[in-house]
Design a protein around this ligand. Structure first.
Ligand code: AMP
Ligand code: ZN
Length: 494
């Protein structure tokens, strides 16, 4: 078996096969850095991260490039409103984006910036003009002539027969059902940032940025191009038209699109009051690991309805996994092995792999792992777990975590970071009591807790109950719950 992946271009699930050997060249449309990233954005970026991690687990060498859109209509508008130079404005939100992505354990792709590649964009537009695919208007802007690209609509499966030749649009995002000649290059407007180039002064359109940067890094034809489903039209449709007209070659083999996230059943919007950045959720006391787990719990092509109930469940799931792992690591089990448990571990590994092979069915992979955790926990309770079963079970957990990346107990510093940021931004009032409580109960690292638990055990063994009670009280005050079990003392965070 190997990965089968839905391809928006063909409209069906296909066997994944790179163009060259086992090298995967993939490009993901990155953020437009004009504000903090919201959980919808991160749904898509987590989906792409899971794809990237799984390709690697499947033995491919992955080269993953992502752009930062650091000039567009919204950026120019917001930077002007804030009265800050464009570069300074975008740098702030780019850094915030990278921090948030890091908090969600999203591995960082190679980054490219639109404003670093403007001469190549002008060159490419000049080439399109030369071959009759683009034209200049009186004000010095350039447009792509879609009537010259009869395959226009092949990605979005829209039928543009009878479209009006020469009808133009100069905004980057436009109505979903109209085909219009779109802007490749916008002539300077008073007060707007612009660049001098061989095709005159101005700034590039959003679509040309991605065509030019992806091909500059990955070649004229590459394997995978990813983004949220809103990018299918017009953004990706336009990228195909520009790139394939310019090079005469197929642009991208596989198109990967994540479905939009809803919040409590509705489209997320500021006006509905259901708009959440990642930082908003952390300020409310939610852990980045719970958020990542929730965002990955619904397969990427299915609607993910974000709810606070769901987030709590995700937190409980992550706790359960971490507690199970802790139980395996710290438990004292009899020598030997129990064949059923070792088989359970390898069967679960296989089930997780098969689920992800089937168009990244993350829900099924998680279900398979939880079946294992339930059975193995029962085996520990009944005393059937043996020393030699531990390693196979841990390996299965590790294999799962290479993709899901939630097992490491690393939320505390990330949450602390958001609290510090809120204070620095004068938003102290947004720090919830829940976040403060979470910070308090995470003041001790895992190693520190383990060390104190050992000290407590030693004190008790020496019948120094006053000392052991004092350590226990200190742990409780730091949000650590202590349980006495057959395999010894177990702890977990409140
Ligand atoms: P933007 O910063 O708006 O260019 O978006 C960055 C990425 O987030 C793009 O791939 C979008 O398709 C994606 N995106 C935006 N909103 C949502 C949403 N509600 N659900 C899923 N993905 C989204
Ligand atoms: Zn793009």
């Amino acid at each position: 078996m190997s990965l089968r992946l839905f391809n928006t271009l063909s409209g069906r699930i296909e066997q994944f096969q790179p163009l060259q050997d086992n090298q995967v060249r993939m490009y993901a449309c990155g953020p437009t850095v004009y504000d903090y990233g919201h959980i919808g954005n991160f749904r898509t970026f987590v989906a792409v991260d899971i794809l990237r991690r799984f390709l690697r687990q499947r033995g491919y060498q992955v080269r993953h490039v992502m752009n930062i859109t650091d000039v567009d209509d919204k950026i120019i508008r917001n930077a002007a409103q804030a009265g800050i130079p464009l570069k300074q404005f975008t740098a702030k939100y780019e850094n915030a984006f990278l921090e948030d992505a890091g908090a969600l354990n999203i591995e960082q792709p190679e980054l490219v910036h639109a404003t670093d590649h403007i001469p190549e964009m002008a060159d490419f537009i000049a080439r399109l003009v030369e071959h009759g695919f683009a034209y200049r208007t009186e004000d010095g802007s350039y447009y792509f002539r879609i009537a010259k690209f009869p395959q226009y609509g092949k990605l979005s499966k829209k039928d543009f027969a009878g479209m009006e030749d020469g009808a133009r649009v100069d905004v980057d995002e436009y109505e979903k059902d109209s085909a219009r000649d779109f802007a490749l290059w916008k002539a300077p407007k008073p007060g707007e940032t612009s660049w001098d180039s061989k095709i005159g002064p101005g700034r590039p359109g959003w679509h040309i940025e991605c065509s030019v940067m992806s091909m500059a890094e990955l070649g004229e034809s590459f394997d995978l191009h990813a983004g949220g489903e809103d990018l299918i039209f017009p953004h990706h449709e336009n990228e195909i038209a520009q790139s394939e007209s310019g090079t005469g070659k197929p642009f991208v083999k596989f198109w990967f699109h994540a479905r939009f996230l809803l919040v409590e059943g509705e489209k997320m919007s500021k006006s509905l009051g259901n708009f959440y950045t990642l930082r908003d959720l952390v300020l409310r006391g939610h852990k980045p690991s719970s958020i990542r787990y929730l965002l990955s719990s619904v397969p990427y092509r299915h609607q993910l309805n974000f709810t606070f109930g769901g987030l709590q469940q995700a937190a409980a799931s992550v706790d359960r996994l971490r507690n199970f792992r802790q139980r395996l690591i710290s438990g004292h089990f009899p020598r030997g092995s129990d064949l059923t448990l070792t088989t359970l571990a390898s069967e679960t590994s296989r089930r997780v792999l098969e689920a992800l092979d089937e168009d990244l069915n993350t829900a099924q992979a998680q279900a398979a792992l939880f079946d294992m955790v339930r059975l193995a926990n029962a085996a520990i309770d009944s005393g059937e777990m043996k020393q030699d079963d531990v390693q196979p079970l841990l390996s299965t957990l590790d294999q799962f975590d290479e993709i899901f990346a939630v097992l490491k107990d690393d939320d505390a510093p990330k949450m602390q970071h958001v609290a510090d940021w809120a204070r620095a931004e004068g938003r102290e009032k947004d720090i919830s009591p829940e976040l403060l409580e979470a910070l308090r109960s995470n003041a001790l690292s895992d190693e520190q807790v383990n060390h104190k638990v050992e000290q407590m055990n030693a004190a008790r063994a020496a019948k120094n109950f006053a000392a052991s009670d004092a350590i226990r009280a200190e742990l409780t005050a730091n949000g650590i719950l202590i349980e006495q079990t057959k395999e010894g003392v177990r702890w977990r965070r409140k």
